[in-house]
Design a protein around this ligand. Structure first.
Ligand code: 6PG
Length: 505
């Protein structure tokens, strides 16, 4: 314990993410006070830091909230990395008695953006500030450079900004390539930081949530590509790893493809003749941010079908026992692939890339709708740049998304950008072939299929909703618009029309 009373910032919640964020800040020269509800955890952390970490003299532990708060320079900046939901509310409540006007509370958890809007309002009413900041990049990201997505008042951001910019991941300002050669005590100080003020109140947490929705679909698409190689092409995990490594050299270059190759090449520590991935049970968990994204898309009327499909795919995977039972009675076609393996692998690559474009198009369309609803002014070029380094969905092709929105900030849909339009035109025949082969052979690839349905649905001027609307008018007198009348005029007939006139409502 120590009594120094002039830390630059404080952090509550010393799970791994919290610990690593503290070390990241200390590496950048900031003195950090830390507090944890279970004091022994704080003590153990500070002891370990003293022994092992180069920046140890800048980390100070406190065993009471009062002493912790007192130790931080005003206006105080206090980061919370505690359990989202009630954990956050409880921590804020216990801090409030010690805070003073102008102090800033920063929630770095995966909070629901509506909670953030509520908390910001309540805290502002007390003369304090609240920043809801997404923190992406897992444990390593927190330690050496996460992507940080803050939302809150301009004033609070001005105070937090130097620290957030210092500790965030950095990318080359010209190419967008992340700088990744970091090590403890030697932080990266060059490049564009992967953080920016995204807007007021819940804007940061909303963008982080959509990041996670994109993460869900990105992961599911990669899994389906793996599944096609495994089921249809009968490839072993290490062979598939080599394919992903190869793909990582081109437009698919991304953190998720990179770790997929690593995972597939990993042998089972219990049995070296096998691959670990084949021993991992096929049920996926989730903490809820993908579901929140899909619920928000439904609420805002945004067709983000592939994103929702990725959530449903996890639900389906969780029905392990039911699926095992069903596999004994529900029969599909036998898998029979007799084409050229390498040719088909290239088709899968193109299908994956095309679907990925649709996934990001859905994520950015959703943010576009949300900003209207919540009065934010999101800058999509900057958001794509921010996603370029540090976060889980970091990928080379985000640079093209940055370019797309810089060329046209009002772009209605990412698929309409000339670069992506061309990519979809180039990739669609492969994509169709892959989806058709999956359907014929009975291999479930819901995300690849629904992304294609999105592309086809979006690019068609006339959908069958004419019939749907007529059905609604038939049984519920819900009315319809006519193609030969101005938009907004509603008509109704008593179906089946039997000499009775159409009426305008
Ligand atoms: C990140 C991640 C992270 C998320 C995990 C688990 O950006 O670092 O999105 O915030 O919590 O990836 O998410 P699920 O448990 O929902 O898969």
């Amino acid at each position: 314990m120590n009594t120094k009373a002039s830390s630059d910032i404080g952090l509550v919640g010393l799970a791994v993410m919290g610990q690593n964020l503290v070390l990241n800040m200390a590496d950048h020269g900031y003195s950090v006070s830390v507090f944890n509800r279970t004091t022994s955890k704080m003590t153990a952390f500070v002891e370990r830091v003293r022994k092992e970490e180069p920046s140890s003299e800048r980390v100070y532990g406190y065993d009471t909230l009062e002493a912790f708060v007192d130790s931080i320079n005003r206006p105080r900046k206090i980061i919370l990395l505690v359990q989202a939901g009630r954990g956050t509310d409880a921590t804020i409540d216990s801090l409030l008695p010690y805070l003073q006007e102008g102090d800033i509370v920063i929630d770095g958890g995966n909070a629901h953006w509506m909670d953030t809007i509520r908390r910001e309002k309540e805290i502002r009413a007390r003369g304090l500030h609240f920043i809801g900041s997404g923190v992406s990049g897992g444990e390593l990201g927190a330690r050496f450079g996460p992507a940080l997505m803050p939302g809150g008042s301009e004033e609070a951001w001005a105070s937090l900004r130097p620290i957030w910019e210092a500790i965030a991941a950095k990318v080359d300002p010209d190419t967008g390539k992340p700088y990744e050669d970091y090590e403890p005590g030697k932080p990266i100080t060059q490049g564009t930081p992967c953080t920016t003020h995204l807007g007021p109140d819940g804007a940061g947490h909303y963008v982080k949530m959509v990041h996670n929705g994109i993460e869900y679909i990105d992961m599911q698409l990669i899994c389906e590509s793996y599944f096609l190689m495994k089921e249809l092409l009968q490839m072993q995990a290490d062979e598939i790893a080599a394919v992903f490594r190869d793909w990582n050299q081109g437009v698919l270059d991304s953190y998720l493809i990179e770790i997929t190759a690593d995972i597939l090449a990993q042998r089972d520590p219990r049995d070296d003749s096998r691959f670990l991935v084949d021993r991992v049970l096929d049920t996926a968990g989730q903490k809820g941010t993908g579901k929140w994204t899909s619920v928000s898309a439904l609420d805002l009327g945004v067709p983000a079908n592939a994103m929702a499909e990725a959530v449903f795919a996890r639900f389906l995977s969780a029905l392990k026992e039911e699926r095992v039972a069903a596999s004994r009675v529900l029969k599909g076609p036998g898998v029979a692939f007799d084409g050229d393996r390498d040719t088909f692998i290239e088709l899968i690559r193109q299908a994956l890339y095309s679907s990925k474009i649709c996934a990001y198009a859905q994520g950015f369309s959703l943010m576009n709708e949300a900003q209207k609803e919540f009065n934010w002014q999101l800058n999509f070029g900057t958001i794509a740049m921010l996603f370029r380094g540090g976060c889980i969905i970091r990928a080379r092709f985000l640079q093209k998304i940055t370019d797309a929105y810089r060329n046209d900030p009002e772009l209605a849909n990412l698929m309409l950008d000339p670069h992506f339009r061309q990519a979809l035109h180039d990739g669609q025949s492969a994509w169709r072939e892959v989806v058709a082969a999956a359907a014929v052979n009975g291999v479930a690839v819901p995300a690849l299929m629904s992304a294609l349905a999105y592309f086809d649905g979006y690019r068609i001027a006339v959908l069958p909703a004419n019939l749907l609307q007529a059905q609604r008018d038939y049984f519920g007198a819900h009315s319809y618009e006519r193609t030969d009348e101005q938009r907004g005029r509603s008509f109704h007939v008593d179906w089946p029309v039997d000499g009775r006139p159409e009426i305008e409502l």
